[in-house]
Design a protein. Sequence first.
Length: 265
Amino acid sequence: MSSVASSFVLLSQNTYPDPTQVIAEAGRLGVGLTHEMGEPTVLNFSIDGGGMLIVMHVDAAHPDAAAMPVGPTSPEPSVIASHVGHYVVTAMDLPETSAHPDGLMGIVTAALIQSSPAVAAMLGHGAIFHRSDVFAAYVEAAGSQIASEIVVDITAARERDDRISFLTHGLGRYGREEFYVTSSAHDQGALDYVMALTKWMIADPDKQLPTGDTVGRTADEQIVVQRVPSPIEGRPPVIRLDIDLESPGAEPSATPKKKGWFRRS
């Protein structure tokens, strides 16, 4: 596990957050911080249990934000284009025995969002920026667990024949394969299913999806597990699931299948 982790927060105004508010928000979410004296242009905090948190304010737009991919939780392009500054957030010297740094970075980034004029945020390994309110809400809802919705990003793309695909980015950090899920462009439940898949794969390291097995959102849905080359050149193979909409709107069944698993409401 790396002893250094990072995140970025985009701002609508160039200002530093109040350290007292950051400490209060982080503490409410389960991470103890202590403000340390440092350079006037940098906020420094010691982290309970070990490590340092450094928040650097950059009085300019993030150099890559406007050209980055977007996902279902990204802000409108006009919001990204109009941001005027950003924070570079770095956690250093984290103990090797501490919990996964993604959980820590999610919490301290959410604390900064709640203490500043933030419009978007992402973890350092992320593929997309998330709306700041969405980022903070996912962290809040996760409690003591890792907020998989912000540590595993999802991008969407149009496929042929009126279909859409969702690709995950970040499951490899947990020793898991990425998902490539296709569905009808009109299926409102596909994105929720991809999010559920990522959450389960992080929460249950023993869960496996053998090629040729079936999964589904209901006990009757039979989506065949495939392994195919990643849509991104040079990346490892991915798990492909092609959602069939033969029974749109079907209610999840409580009866488990012999093979695979499914999300229950």
